[in-house]
Ligand binder design. Structure first.
Ligand SMILES: [Zn+2]
Ligand SMILES: [Zn+2]
Length: 395
């Protein structure tokens, strides 16, 4: 009999929302490009399933850490019509958890470099490497994308399988954090750091050292962006977030100023005026948008950018933005859009930054939870009770 394991499974009935016609790819193998359009009566429960067997090109990972992402909170409850909150790609039922690390305990016969005992993390976005987007180097835009923790079983489980081509070794973090366990807990936070790296540097083009930066949102992505931009030589780092705990965490990773945007708007003032005052009229070389509120933030961002400045849109939301292009044109401004973290050597760059002590995501690792309490960890993330919450299924 196959060995069994515990796993946190998200489920839902395939029942397209009235008025929504599924696309060909959605119908072909019962996946949703936006789960909220299709999956009805969503569920989230701890189940017992067999430990997976690695395919020839896969490794079997004993999960170390599985970090809770904001997108995981969308699998709690349902909307007023009893549809999933998750407005992203998914194929249910599926074990969720997509920011993870672990120790290799099994390898398929075609696995070349990795071996049992290696500590690794793996890209969430299981890109194909064959479609036109992949062949242009745009792995995050893969047309045949599978996503670990959304369309194939993820990391809120004792074990998972991943393709060798998606893995990167993190053994070097044991020296930094003093133990294998702690190294793996922190390594699970490379994924959101890589999402921020992709938005700020790969898509956003980065900043010249000495530029001022503004970050909307001090959730894990905003905190990651602050860490990276400090390492990149940002002068002033101004973070907008109403949550006092998160303001404190932003300071811990290098924010020079933290402000509550709602307090400022409440007084009838503009955020951009505060930024211009703090930066002595210079403005921001880069504004990072990492919230669910771009409709209010982006018009402010336009007013706080310096000439040639860049807005990096990383937050994902159904919110819409109204822009007056001529103000962007007059400033020679850029607005870059980013999703995902794959490709471009992003993950190894993040790992080396942590190994060298230039960034330290453990500063906002608030609490670890056992797998039995994974739902509690996701609820804590939903309430923004700190920085990052990590589930440790094997200790
Ligand atoms: Zn995530
Ligand atoms: Zn592809």
């Amino acid at each position: 009999m196959a060995k069994m394991m515990k796993a946190l499974m998200a489920g839902g009935e395939w029942k397209p929302r009235p008025g929504y016609t599924p696309t060909e790819r959605e119908i072909k193998d019962k996946r949703a490009l936006l789960g909220s359009n299709i999956f009805y009566n969503p569920t989230l429960e701890l189940v017992e399933i067999p430990v997976p067997e690695p395919a020839d090109d896969e490794i079997l990972l004993k999960v170390g850490g599985a970090a809770v992402c904001g997108s995981d909170t969308n699998f709690l409850g349902s909307d007023e019509d009893n549809y999933s909150h998750y407005a992203g790609h998914c194929k249910l039922p599926c074990v969720i958890g997509h920011e993870f690390s672990g120790e290799i305990v099994g390898v398929g016969k075609d696995v070349k470099e990795l071996k049992i005992g290696d500590l690794v993390i793996a890209e969430t976005m299981n890109w194909c490497g064959e479609c036109l987007a992949c062949r242009r180097g745009l792995f995050n835009q893969c047309e045949n994308l599978e996503e670990i923790g959304f369309s194939q079983n993820g990391a809120y489980a004792e074990y998972l399988v991943a393709k060798e081509k998606l893995c990167f070794k993190v053994d070097g973090l044991v020296d930094v954090y003093g133990s294998k366990e702690r190294a793996l807990e922190v390594a699970a936070m490379v994924e959101p750091m890589a999402v921020a790296y992709n938005g700020v540097f790969t898509r956003g083009g980065g900043i010249e050292p000495g530029g001022h930066v503004v970050i909307f949102g001090a959730g894990p992505i905003g905190l990651s962006a602050a860490s990276l931009l400090k390492a990149a030589g940002a002068a002033k780092i101004i973070v907008f977030d109403p949550n006092k705990t998160r303001q404190g965490l932003a300071k811990d990773v290098g924010a020079t100023h933290t402000l509550d945007p709602f307090e400022i708007w409440g007084k009838g003032e503009k955020l951009s005026d505060h930024v211009l005052e703090i930066t002595k009229g210079v403005g921001a070389a880069m504004v990072v948008e990492a919230t669910h509120n771009p409709s209010e933030n982006i018009p402010e961002a336009v007013d706080m950018l310096m000439a040639g400045g860049t807005i990096a849109q990383i937050g994902i939301t159904a919110d819409t933005v109204s822009l007056h292009p001529v103000y962007m044109q007059k400033k020679g401004a850029n607005y870059h859009f980013a999703i995902g973290s794959s490709g471009h050597g992003t993950w190894p760059n993040v790992i080396r930054l942590i190994e060298s002590g230039r960034i330290d995501p453990s500063k906002y690792l608030t609490k670890c939870y056992h797998l039995d309490d994974a739902v509690e960890a996701i609820q804590a993330a939903a309430k923004a009770e700190g920085g990052k919450f990590v589930v440790t299924p094997n200790w």
